[in-house]
Design a protein around this ligand. Sequence first.
Ligand code: P5A
Length: 421
Amino acid sequence: MLFSKFFTYTSKDIPADAKIASHRLMLRAGMISQTASGIYCWLPLAVRVLEKITKIICEEQDKIGANRVYFSTIQPADLWIESGRYDDYGKEMLRIKDRKDGDFLYSPTNEEQATDVFRKYVKGYRGLPTMLYQIHWKFRDEIRPRFGVMRGREFLMKDGYSFDLDFEGAKATYEKVFKAYIKTFRRMGLTPIPVQADSGAIGGNMSHEFQILAETGESTLYYDKKLHTASDEELMHIFAVTDEKYDPKTSPIPEKELMVSKGIEVGHIFYFGTKYSQPMNAFVLNNKGEKIYPEMGSYGIGVSRLIAAIIESSHDDRGIIWPEPVAPFDVTILNLHTNDSKCTQIASELYEKISSVKEVLYDDRDMTVGKKLADADLIGIPWQIIVGQKKLEAGVVELKNRKTGKIEELSPEELIRRYCA
Ligand code: P5A
C-alpha cells in the first residue's frame, strides 16, 4: 500500500474530551471518525486491525467447532417478547418502527435470535452439541458513552451461543470456550485475567469476564497473585473478582497474596441453562423420544473495544506500538527524500520485493522528514525501514524496531535477503 493513496490523515488537533491514551491515539492516527456520541466510522487503518483481530478469533473458534454466521442486525420485537426480555431491557435498546408500524429493534445481543435459528433446524439430539457465532455490529444506547470506542453505543462484538443436551455437556462446552478465549487474547499479545463474574447456583463458576490490565480500566480487580504463573487448566479456578464482588471478610485469599489492579473487560462468557430454550420452546427429542430443552451459554468478545485495550496496554509518548499479530501492516518503508532519485529507486525496489512476503505501507508522501518519522511512530507499525540520503551514500538503510527503538544498519540487499530468503 502506498501511503499517498492510503486514506489515513494523522493529526495533532484532537478534542479535549479525548482523555485516555487509546482514544487520543486512535483520533491522532486517523483510525476513527466520530459521527455522533458513541458512534464512529472506522477508517482504513482501523479496519486492517479489526480484520487481524477477527481472523485470530475465527481461527480459534474454528478449532472448537463453532459455526460462523451473520444474524440480522434488525430483529422483530416478537422474539424478545417470547423470551420475556423485551420490557426488561429498557432504554439501552434502540427500538424501531417499520412502515407498517411493526415493532423492531437493533440487536444489542442475539440470544433470542440464536435460539430461534436453532429451533427451526435442530429437532433431535444428534444435532447437539452445537455452537453458532458471529462478529457483527451491536447497538446499546449507553447512558454514558465514553473513552472513544472503549464504551461506544455502536460497537463490534463477537457473540457465540452454545446448545448442549445436558448440564455436563454445557459445562464442557463452557470450559472449551474459556480456554479458546485465553488463547485468542494471548495471540493478540495480551495477558488476559479471567475474573469470576458470578458464582453460579449450579456447580462452580459459570460466568467469567476476561480483563486486560490497564491503569485506565473501568473495573478494579482483586486476584490471587498465583494467577500470573498459573497454567491454562488452573486459570479458571484461581480467585479473581471485581470490586463489586470483593469482600475482605469473606476473601479466600490473605491480603498479602492479593493483587489489586485496574482492568478493561474485553470478554464475558455465561452459562444460563434453559433461560431462553424453555420460554421459546426450542426443544429437541432425546434418544428416548422425550422433549429436552437445550442447556445454553453465550460468549462475548468486545472486538472494537479490544483495539482500544491493545493500545492502552501497548503505547508510548510518541504513539501506538502494535503487537505484531494485530498490526495493520508488518512493516513500513519511509522514503525520507522522495525528490532524490536514488532514495526513491531503493525505496521502491524494497517495497516491491518485500511486499511479496509481508504487508507493507510505503510512505511515498512528499512531506518533511520530521513529519514522516513522527507519523511512523504514531501509527505504530512494528518495523520501520528508513531510507535516507546520508545513510544511502554509506550504502545502508535503517531497520528500526518500533517497540525497542533499536536501529540496525543494513545494505538494501541484506534487507531483501532477510525478508525474502
Ligand atoms: C455474550 C455474547 C453479552 O452481550 N451476549 C452475547 C453476551 N455480553 S456482554 O458482556 O454484555 O458483552 C460482551 C462484550 O462486549 C463488549 N462491550 C462493549 N464494547 C464497547 N462498547 C460497549 N458499550 C460495550 N458493551 C459491551 C465488552 O468487551 C463485553 O465483555
